[in-house]
Design a protein around this ligand. Structure first.
Ligand SMILES: *Cc1c(COP(=O)(O)O)cnc(C)c1O
Length: 404
């Protein structure tokens, strides 16, 4: 990972500013990369492709604002809490897609009252309940149906297809369920949502997914001639190269491949939705935490940081290393012989009293690290703070500092 001189300066400055408040860890956000990605996708993607920001990747107001200002079509939410935040951040109800299983009656009522763009139905029960809510409000609500496809996606960091799933309705049951949904007078069926996998780096794998979804839509339309899938929602899934292998996801290749599929299926008059979280937000955030101790245990260096998995759970939860830089702070040693890391492998953990509290899943080789230095983990803009068990052990919450 490379830290620009201005970012390096920001890390040092904020580390010094936070310390007197007893805060030794913080997130730094610079939404410039996210804005650039959205603008770039908008120019690259075939006509009809709409970019939504999947809010759960990072619900901080700066990200909601960045997505809006950079011209994302809308925002994808998965709870009432997210919906209210999106509205507070200036998104209009008609910009909102509401996905996710287990929506509450209040969430349905709010969505219908607000007049959000569409809800994604996750089950037949949900369809019936939403229909009842919309009937009470004398409204007709646009819906997509989430399908658990019966194909399996390869090469994904997390796959939700091809097996029993709590998400969506099984493809095998689609043809039985769809007529029942179509018969509900207060729902307007707009199309299918098939989000098969997250964190996919290989464009071909995602395109294969698009192709199978297009086939599914064709089959639906063949079986029910009065039905049209006006909207086809592919969910999220564009991957991020956390391991810095150089295998970055190529939006250019994806756009080209998708255009070919659209032409081949004669789908030029349809709308296609991408709900992207990780790909948009990951490289706009850094988690920074101070090294508070260094020990030697059985010949292995153990770096203890003030923060840990309670602030940034991803490395240990997903068993991966994020890109990392040690920022030297030049703190003099407290005593002669104080441990430091000198061109060797080191484990990096946090201040929680359990061994699962790691900031890198595997030990890393470090040129140099000393007590008082700052560990900076990159690609921490997505699934960072809000995915972490922040109140476990009662440490202070890390501030989220927005640079731009
Ligand atoms: C989480 C989620 C997304 C975003 O996924 P990424 O892999 O971060 O792009 C999009 N849509 C739905 C329904 C989700 O649950």
């Amino acid at each position: 990972m490379f830290l620009s001189p201005s970012l390096l300066d920001a890390v040092r400055r904020h580390a010094r500013d936070c310390a007197p408040k007893g805060l030794y860890s913080f997130y730094l956000y610079d939404t410039t990369p996210m804005r650039e990605k959205i603008r770039c996708l908008k120019t690259l993607m075939p006509r009809g492709v709409e970019i939504y920001y999947a809010m759960k990747a990072n619900p901080h107001a700066a990200f909601l604002k960045a997505a809006r200002e950079a011209g994302a079509k809308g925002i994808e939410i998965a709870s009432l809490g997210e919906g209210k935040k999106a509205v507070a951040a200036g998104w209009k109800a008609d910009d909102i897609l509401f996905t996710g299983p287990g929506k509450s009656p209040e969430e349905h009522a709010w969505s219908v009252e607000q007049g959000i763009h569409a809800l994604h139905l996750d089950s037949l029960y949900e369809a019936h309940r939403l229909n009842a809510v919309a009937a009470k409000a004398s409204r007709k609500q646009d819906v997509l149906l989430r399908v658990n496809p019966n194909f399996h996606m390869h090469g994904a960091q997390a796959c939700f297809s091809g097996e029993a799933s709590k998400l969506g309705v099984d493809e095998a049951r689609l043809h039985k369920i769809l007529p029942e949904i179509l018969a509900l007078p207060h729902l307007r069926f707009r199309g299918l949502h098939v989000y098969a996998a997250s964190g996919v780096l290989k464009v071909e794998d995602l395109l294969e997914n698009c192709k199978l979804v297009f086939k599914m839509a064709k089959e639906v339309e063949a079986k029910f001639p009065h039905v049209r899938c006006d909207v086809i929602d592919f969910g999220g899934g564009f991957g991020i190269d956390y391991l810095e292998t150089g295998m970055d996801f190529s939006p250019e290749a994806y756009a080209k491949g998708l255009q070919k599929l659209i032409d081949a299926f004669g789908f030029a008059d349809r709308a296609f939705v991408l709900e992207l979280g990780r790909y948009l937000a990951a490289d706009s955030g850094w988690y920074c935490t101070k090294i508070v101790d260094i020990k030697d245990s059985s010949g292995k260096k153990q770096i203890i940081c003030q923060g840990g998995a309670h602030h940034f759970r991803r490395p240990t939860a997903l068993n991966i290393n994020h890109p990392l830089v040690i920022v030297p702070m030049g703190v003099p040693p407290l005593f002669a012989g104080q441990e430091w890391v000198n061109d060797e492998m080191a484990f990096i953990g946090g201040s929680l009293c359990n061994t699962a509290d790691k900031l890198t899943a595997k030990p890393v080789h470090l040129q140099e690290a000393r007590i008082g230095d700052i560990v900076v983990l990159g690609l921490a803009g997505a699934y960072g703070l809000t995915m972490s068990h922040i109140d476990f052990l009662g440490h202070p919450h890390p501030p989220e500092i927005v640079l731009s």
